[in-house]
Design a protein around this ligand. Structure first.
Ligand SMILES: NC(=O)c1ccc[n+]([C@@H]2O[C@H](COP(=O)([O-])OP(=O)(O)OC[C@H]3O[C@@H](n4cnc5c(N)ncnc54)[C@H](O)[C@@H]3O)[C@@H](O)[C@H]2O)c1
Length: 372
C-alpha cells in the first residue's frame, strides 16, 4: 500500500469559475484537511468559502499564504494576474498548481520559471486536455512506438468567439492577449507533449485580425514549426469562430504521421449534438459577456467539463484529483511542469512575433529579441 503524505492544506487564489471548480473538488478529496480561499472581490471569496465549506476566506493573498495550515496553492487568477501570487507563494515554499499561461510577458515568465527552480518546489500547470482519456491513450501508443517515428503533426483548434471577448474584456495588455497565447497554448502543449523529446528550431507564422484587430489582438494564427530532428508541426488556431458556431468552447483535430503508421484525432465534438427551439447559453458564460442565443450545441465541447446530476464531471476533475494524488500519495502524474509551461509561452510568443514580422524566426530566441 502506498504511503500517504502529509495532509494537504490548500489555498485557492482566485475564485472565478475555475478556482471555484477546483476548490469544490478539494472539498470532496479526503486528503485535503484544510481549505482557504481568496479573491480580491470579497463576495466571490465569501460565496465560494460557503459552497466549498472552506476553513478560511480573505481578500488578501498574503494573509492566506502565511497561514500555518497551508502547504499547497492553486493560482486561479486571470491570465495577466498569475505572477504576483506565484512569487508570494514561493516565499513559503508551497507546492503550486498554476493555471495557464505562466505569464503573459516573456520576462515575467522567465522570472517565475527561474524563481520556481531556485525554490525547488514542485510546481505544475493547468493544461487540462492532457487528462482526457483519448489523449492519454494516444500518448501511450506513441511512447510504445506503435506508429514508428513521428515525422509530422498537423493540428487545428477552433473556438467560439465568446471566449476571446471574455479574455479581452478582463485583460490589461491586449497585444499579448492573443489567440495563441491564451487558448492556442492548450493545443500547442498537447502537440509538444505528443512530440516529446524534440525542440523547435524555427517558426514561420501568419495572422489575421479582421474581428479583434480593433481590440489590439488577432483572430486566427497559422504556424509551421520545424523541430531539431527534422519533423514538423503545423498549428492552425482561431478563436474567432462566430457566436453561432455550435462548439461551445474548444474543438481540435490532430493528425500524427509516423514512418510506420498514423493517428488521426477528431475532437470537434460533432458526435453529440443538441438542437432546440430553446436558446442555449454561451457554454462558458461570464457576467461581463452577453450570452449569444445558440440553438445548436456540440455537447461536451467545454474543455474543462460541466455539472451534471449535482456534481462536476470532466477533465478538470481528473486533473485536479490527479494533482491531489501527486501531493498526498506521491504519485507521478502527467501534469505540465512549469518549465514546459514557460517553453510553451516562449513558443506562443515566437509564433506571434513571426506573424508580426512576417519572417521565419530561428529558435530559441534571446529574451531581448521579443522586445526589439
Ligand atoms: N484549465 C482549463 O480548462 C481552463 C479553462 C478556463 C480558464 N482557465 C484558466 O484559469 C484561470 C482563471 O480563469 P477564470 O475564467 O476563472 O478567471 P476569472 O477572471 O473569472 O477569475 C479570476 C479571479 O481571480 C481574482 N483575482 C485576480 N487577482 C487576484 C489576486 N491578486 N488575489 C486574489 N484574487 C485575485 C479576480 O478577482 C477573479 O475573480 C485563467 O488563467 C484561465 O486561463 C483554465
Amino acid at each position: 500500500m502506498a504511503v500517504r503524505g502529509q495532509e494537504i492544506g490548500l489555498a485557492v487564489i482566485g475564485c472565478g469559475p475555475i478556482g471555484r471548480i477546483r476548490a469544490e473538488l478539494a472539498r470532496d478529496y479526503p486528503g485535503v484537511g484544510w481549505l482557504g480561499v481568496c479573491d480580491i472581490h470579497e463576495d466571490l471569496a465569501t460565496e465560494l468559502a460557503r459552497d466549498a465549506h472552506a476553513d478560511f476566506s480573505t481578500t488578501d493573498a498574503a494573509e492566506l499564504l502565511a497561514r500555518p495550515e497551508v502547504n499547497a496553492v492553486i493560482i486561479a487568477t486571470q491570465e495577466s494576474a498569475h505572477v504576483g501570487p506565484v512569487m508570494q507563494a514561493l516565499e513559503y515554499g508551497h507546492r503550486l498548481f498554476i493555471e495557464k499561461p505562466l505569464a503573459v510577458d516573456v520576462r515575467d515568465s522567465e522570472k517565475v520559471a527561474k524563481a520556481i527552480e531556485r525554490a525547488g518546489v514542485d510546481a505544475v500547470m493547468g493544461y487540462t486536455q492532457r487528462f482526457r482519456r483519448r489523449f492519454l491513450t494516444v500518448k501511450e501508443r506513441l511512447v510504445q512506438g506503435q506508429i514508428g517515428d513521428v515525422t509530422a503533426v498537423c493540428a487545428r483548434a477552433m473556438l467560439n468567439r465568446t471566449i476571446a471577448e471574455m479574455c479581452l474584456s478582463r485583460a490589461n495588455q491586449h497585444d499579448t492577449t492573443t489567440p495563441v497565447v491564451i487558448s492556442g497554448t492548450h493545443i500547442l502543449d498537447m502537440c509538444l507533449w505528443l512530440m516529446e523529446g524534440r525542440s523547435p528550431v524555427s517558426v514561420y507564422a501568419h495572422s489575421t485580425d479582421h474581428i479583434f484587430g480593433s481590440a489590439g489582438s488577432k483572430d486566427s494564427t497559422f504556424a509551421i514549426i520545424e523541430m531539431d530532428d527534422g519533423s514538423m508541426l503545423s498549428l492552425n488556431h482561431s478563436w474567432a469562430a462566430p457566436h453561432v458556431w455550435p462548439g461551445a468552447v474548444y474543438g481540435m483535430q490532430v493528425g500524427i504521421i509516423g514512418d510506420r503508421g498514423v493517428i488521426d484525432i477528431e475532437d470537434m465534438h460533432r458526435d453529440l449534438v443538441l438542437a432546440s427551439e430553446i436558446p442555449q447559453g454561451a457554454g462558458y458564460k461570464k457576467d461581463n459577456v452577453e450570452a449569444f442565443p445558440r440553438h445548436v450545441d456540440f455537447l461536451t465541447s467545454i474543455p474543462f467539463g460541466e455539472n451534471a446530476v449535482g456534481q462536476f464531471w470532466g477533465p478538470v476533475r481528473e486533473e485536479t484529483n490527479s494533482w491531489f494524488q501527486r501531493l498526498y500519495m506521491g504519485q507521478e502524474t502527467p501534469h505540465t511542469t512549469t518549465r514546459e509551461g514557460h517553453l510553451n509561452l516562449l513558443l506562443c510568443m515566437a509564433i506571434d512575433l513571426s506573424a508580426k514580422r512576417g519572417d521565419k524566426l530561428v529558435l530559441p530566441l534571446e529574451t531581448d529579441d521579443f522586445y526589439r
